[in-house]
Design a protein around this ligand. Structure first.
Ligand code: ADP
Length: 432
C-alpha cells in the first residue's frame, strides 16, 4: 500500500479543515464589508477561528489514527488466526493422509514423515528423520535407481515410478513421486509421496500367472492339431478333393495364427512376471537375419515386396540372448511386411557403432498416424489405419519388442509418416 493510500483519510480531514476555515474566514470578511465592525479586532477573531478549526482538525486526525491502529491490529489478529488454522489443516492432512508423505532435504536426508510413511517403512516417524531416503527403496535395476537419484539431485519432478519398499519381514510395491520446493528460509526441500499399489500388483501378477499357465497349457493341443492337419495333407493328399485340401490349408493357417497368439501371450506374461532368464551366447548376425527373412517368403511374394539387406560386414557376431534378438527382429520385420502395400520396399539393416549394434527395419508402407504415435509401444495398441486395412493383429508385438530390448539393455525408437513409411531403430550392446 502506498503512503498516499495509507494516509488518505488524514489528508481528506486536513483538506476539509482548511476548506471550513476558508469558508468561515470568507464569511467574516464579507460580514465586515457590509456591517461596521470597526470595534471588532479582526486579527484576534481570525486567530480564534483558526484555533477552533485546528482543534477540530486535530481531533478528527487523532480519531482517524486511532481507528487505523485498531483496524491494523484486528487485521493482524485475523491474519494470524488464518495462518494458524491453515497450518493446522495442513498438518492434519499431512499427518493423517493415507498416502505416505516425506519431506526430504537437499542430500536425500528425511526431514519429516507422516504416519502413513512410518507404517510403510515399518519404522517410527522419529526414527525416519535424518535417514537416507534411497536406503529404503528398491528398483527394478541399478540403472533405474541411479536415474531416480539423478532426477532428485537435479530437482526434476518424478511421477508414479514403480519402486519396492522393503521392511524387516515383508515388502510393499509403491508408486513414487517427487516435487521440489523452497522453504520460507530458502532451503531446497522435496516432497516425496509413495502410493501403496501392492494389492493391484498382486492382482496383476495373478493375472499374468493365469495367462502364462493358460498359454502354456494351450501349446500342446495346438501342436497336436497342427501335426494332425499336416499328416492329413502328407498322407492322404491324393484322396482329398480340391475343396477338402483348401479346408485343411485354412485350418493350418488358423492353427498357425492361434499358435502365434498363444506365443505372444506367453512372452508378455513372462516379461511381466520377470521370469524370463537371459541367456548370453554368441549369435551370428547374418544367419539370424536371413532366417527371419526366409520365414516370410510367402507373404513377400504375395505382396511383390522388394527386400533389401544392408548388413555391415565389419561385425559378424555379437554376444547376446539369441531368442530375444530373434524376437525383436522377427516382430519388426513381420510388421514391416504386414503394413507394406503391394510392390513396397522393406529394408533390414544392421551396423556396428562402437560397442553397440544398430538394427534398422525400414518400410515404405502405410505408416503410423502422428497423433497415435505416442501409444505405439503400449499393450494391445493398434493404429486406426492398421485396424481399417489389416484386421489381423493383437497389438502385442511392439510391446514385446520394447520389453525384449529393455531386457537386452538397449533402446528402441521409430520414425513414421502416414502413407510414406516407417523406420524402427534398435540399439543394443554387442555384449551383455
Ligand atoms: P499388431 O501388428 O499385432 O497390431 P504390434 O504391437 O506389432 O501389433 O503393432 C502395434 C501397431 O503399431 C500396429 O497395429 C500398427 O498400427 C502399428 N505398426 C507397427 N509397425 C508398423 C509398421 N511397420 N508400419 C505401420 N504401422 C505399424
Amino acid at each position: 500500500m502506498s503512503w498516499f493510500e495509507e494516509n488518505k483519510q488524514t489528508l481528506i480531514a486536513l483538506v476539509e479543515g482548511i476548506i471550513v476555515f476558508l469558508i468561515l474566514f470568507g464569511l467574516i470578511v464579507a460580514a465586515a464589508t457590509f456591517y461596521d465592525f470597526s470595534q471588532t479586532n479582526i486579527p484576534v477573531l481570525t486567530f480564534i477561528l483558526a484555533l477552533v478549526c485546528a482543534v477540530f482538525l486535530a481531533k478528527s486526525v487523532y480519531d482517524i489514527e486511532i481507528d487505523k491502529v485498531r483496524i491494523k491490529k484486528k487485521g493482524e489478529q485475523l491474519a494470524n488466526k488464518l495462518v494458524a488454522s491453515s497450518q493446522q489443516l495442513f498438518l492434519e492432512v499431512y499427518n493423517n493422509s493415507p498416502v505416505a508423505y516425506l519431506i526430504v532435504g537437499e542430500y536425500g536426508d528425511i526431514v519429516s514423515a507422516n504416519t502413513a510413511a512410518a507404517r510403510l517403512f515399518g519404522v517410527s516417524t522419529e526414527h525416519l528423520v535424518k535417514r537416507d531416503l534411497f536406503s529404503f527403496m528398491e528398483t527394478a535395476n541399478e540403472e533405474h535407481q541411479s536415474i531416480l537419484k539423478h532426477k532428485f539431485t537435479e530437482g526434476i519432478t518424478v511421477s508414479d515410478e514403480e519402486v519396492k519398499i522393503s521392511r524387516e519381514q515383508d515388502f510393499s510395491w509403491t508408486t513414487f513421486s517427487i516435487f521440489q520446493f523452497s522453504s520460507t528460509d530458502g532451503k531446497k526441500l522435496t516432497l516425496v509421496t509413495f502410493v501403496d499399489i501392492t494389492k493391484q500388483k498382486e492382482i496383476d501378477i495373478a493375472k499374468s500367472e493365469f495367462v502364462s499357465l493358460a498359454s502354456h497349457q494351450l501349446r500342446t493341443p495346438i501342436s497336436g492339431m497342427r501335426w494332425s492337419a499336416e499328416l492329413l495333407l502328407m498322407d492322404g493328399v491324393e484322396s482329398l478333393t480340391k475343396q477338402q485340401k483348401r479346408y485343411i490349408d485354412r485350418l493350418l493357417s488358423s492353427i498357425q495364427r492361434m499358435s502365434g497368439l498363444v506365443d505372444d501371450f506367453l512372452q508378455v506374461s513372462r516379461f511381466e512376471l520377470g521370469t524370463r532368464v537371459v541367456k548370453e551366447e554368441s549369435v551370428v548376425l547374418r544367419d539370424l537375419f536371413d532366417d527371419v527373412v526366409a520365414e516370410q517368403v510367402e507373404k513377400i511374394s504375395v505382396k511383390h515386396l522388394h527386400i533389401n539387406k544392408e548388413y555391415d560386414d565389419s561385425i559378424t557376431q555379437i554376444s547376446t540372448d539369441q531368442a530375444l534378438l530373434r524376437m525383436i527382429v522377427t516382430n519388426l520385420y513381420v510388421n514391416a511386411v504386414k503394413y507394406s502395400r503391394v510392390g513396397g520396399d522393406v529394408t533390414l539393416a544392421y551396423r556396428k557403432n562402437g560397442e553397440e549394434l544398430i538394427i534398422e527395419v525400414r518400410d515404405t508402407g502405410m505408416g503410423i498416424p502422428l497423433g497415435e504415435q505416442p501409444r505405439v509401444f503400449s499393450k494391445i495398441f493398434r493404429a486406426s489405419n492398421a485396424v481399417r486395412e489389416v484386421p489381423d493383429g493383437t497389438g502385442l508385438g511392439l510391446y514385446i519388442v520394447q520389453k525384449a530390448v529393455q531386457t537386452l539393455q538397449g533402446r528402441v525408437t521409430f520414425l513414421s509418416a502416414e502413407n510414406m513409411g516407417t523406420t524402427f531403430t534398435v540399439v543394443i550392446p554387442t555384449s551383455l
